[in-house]
Design a protein around this ligand. Structure first.
Ligand code: CP
Length: 362
C-alpha cells in the first residue's frame, strides 16, 4: 500500500471548513437553480449514466433517500452498500475497497461510525468521496441548513442562530457553517455537554474572517431572546442509551424546546431540527408541528442540497454526451461483432404443440 496521503478538498467533500464563503455561496446558488428546475419538473440530467456508491455503517432515512433520489433526477443511479453485504472493514481493507469502487463508481457517499474511516476512504479513492455523517460532523446537513436559513431569512450576516442541547455532529457543523456566513452562533447547553474548545476555535477562525460571533453558554433563556433561528438535535444517540437517565436529568426541562422557550424569542424566529426527532424529549409536539417550525422544508432541502453537492463534486470529472459519431462508431462495432458471431439472429417462435388451440372457438 502506498504512503498515506490526505484527502483532496478539490475532489472530496469531507468538511465545510475546507472551503470559503465564496465557494459555498456558489454551491448554494447551484442548489437554488436545481431546486427551481425540479419544481418545474425539469431537473437537468447533468449526471446521466453516473453511478453513486453509498456506504452506510449506520441507518438513515433522509441521507439515503435524498442521495438516491437526487441521482435518479440527475439521470444517474445509486447503489446502497451496507456493512455485512460488502467486505469493507471485515474481509477487505478500506484501501482495496476504495480502489475497487473507484473503478466501478463515479462518486462515493459514506456514512461511517468513525470520521477516520471516511477520511481514509477519501484518501485512497480516485473518485470523489462525500461525507454523509461521521462522529465529528455532518457537512451535507450543514449545506442543507444554511440553504434553508438563507431561503427563510435572506442575508444571514448579523443574524443569530442558537443551537440548544447536546454537542452532536450537527452542532459542530452548525457552528462552522453559520459563522462562515457572518452569523452570531450560540451553543446553549449544560456545561458537561457544551461544544469543546477546538470546535469553538474552528468557528472563531470564520468569525475572524467573516464577522459575527461564537458563544457557549448554559443560559438558554437569555440566549434565545435575540434568536432568528432556534436549532436542536437529539439528546442521545443509539450508542449513548446507557446514559439516558443522566442526559435526561441534565437537559430537562430547561433545554427542551417548548412553547414556553419559543415565546421568549422574537416573533419571526424559526425552529429547525435535522431529524430524526424524539418528540416531547428535546422538542415538544407543539413546537415541531407549530407555525415557527420549518423542519419539513429543511428535510426536503436535503434532496436539493444533495443534487447540488453531487453535481459540484462529480460533473467536472465525468464524460458528458459522447458525439453522435462516437456513439455510432461503438454501436456499429458491437453490432458487427454480434452479427459475425451469429448472436444477432431472432429465433422464430416455436411451432404450436399438438392440441394447442390456435383460434378462439366462436
Ligand atoms: N438528518 C439526517 O442525517 O437524517 P438521517 O439520519 O435520516 O439520514
Amino acid at each position: 500500500m502506498p504512503e498515506a496521503r490526505s484527502y483532496d478538498p478539490a475532489k472530496d467533500f469531507i468538511d465545510t471548513q475546507d472551503y470559503d464563503q465564496r465557494e459555498i455561496t456558489e454551491l448554494l446558488d447551484l442548489i437554488a437553480l436545481l431546486k427551481d428546475a425540479d419544481k418545474d419538473g425539469a431537473c437537468p440530467e447533468l449526471l446521466k449514466d453516473v453511478s453513486l456508491g453509498m456506504i452506510f455503517e449506520e441507518p438513515s432515512t433522509r441521507t439515503r433517500v435524498s442521495f438516491e433520489v437526487a441521482m435518479v433526477k440527475l439521470g444517474g443511479h445509486a447503489l446502497y452498500l451496507r456493512p455485512g453485504e460488502i467486505h469493507m472493514g471485515a474481509r477487505e481493507s478500506i484501501y482495496d475497497t476504495a480502489k475497487v469502487l473507484s473503478r466501478m463508481c463515479d462518486v462515493i457517499e459514506a456514512r461511517t461510525l468513525k470520521h477516520d474511516t471516511c477520511v481514509e476512504l477519501a484518501r485512497w479513492s480516485d473518485v470523489p468521496v462525500i461525507n454523509g455523517l461521521t462522529d465529528v460532523n455532518h457537512p451535507t446537513q450543514a449545506i442543507c441548513d444554511i440553504f434553508t436559513m438563507r431561503e427563510k431569512l435572506g442575508d444571514l450576516a448579523g443574524k443569530t442562530c442558537v443551537f440548544v442541547g447536546d454537542r452532536t455532529n450537527v452542532c459542530s457543523s452548525t457552528l462552522w457553517i453559520a459563522t462562515m456566513f457572518g452569523m452570531n452562533v450560540v451553543h446553549a447547553a449544560p456545561p458537561a455537554y457544551q461544544a469543546p474548545a477546538e470546535w469553538v476555535a474552528e468557528a472563531q477562525r470564520n468569525v475572524d474572517r467573516y464577522g459575527g460571533s461564537v458563544t457557549v453558554t448554559d443560559d438558554v433563556r437569555d440566549a434565545v431572546r435575540i434568536a432568528d433561528v432556534v436549532y436542536t438535535d437529539l439528546w442521545w444517540w443509539v450508542d449513548q442509551e446507557d446514559e439516558i437517565p443522566e442526559r435526561r436529568a441534565a437537559f430537562m426541562p430547561d433545554y427542551q424546546v417548548s412553547a414556553e422557550l419559543m415565546s421568549r424569542t422574537p416573533e419571526h424566529c424559526i425552529f429547525m431540527h435535522c431529524l430524526p426527532a424524539s418528540r416531547n424529549v428535546e422538542v415538544t409536539d407543539e413546537v415541531i408541528d407549530g407555525p415557527r417550525s420549518v423542519v419539513f422544508d429543511q428535510a426536503e432541502n436535503r434532496l436539493h442540497a444533495e443534487k447540488g453537492i453531487l453535481v459540484w463534486r462529480t460533473y467536472p470529472r465525468v464524460a458528458h454526451d459522447a458525439s453522435p459519431e462516437i456513439r455510432a462508431f461503438h454501436r456499429g462495432a458491437a453490432e458487427s461483432f454480434l452479427a459475425s458471431a451469429g448472436w444477432d439472429r431472432i429465433h422464430p417462435p416455436s411451432a404450436p404443440s399438438a392440441g394447442t388451440p390456435t383460434e378462439v372457438p366462436s
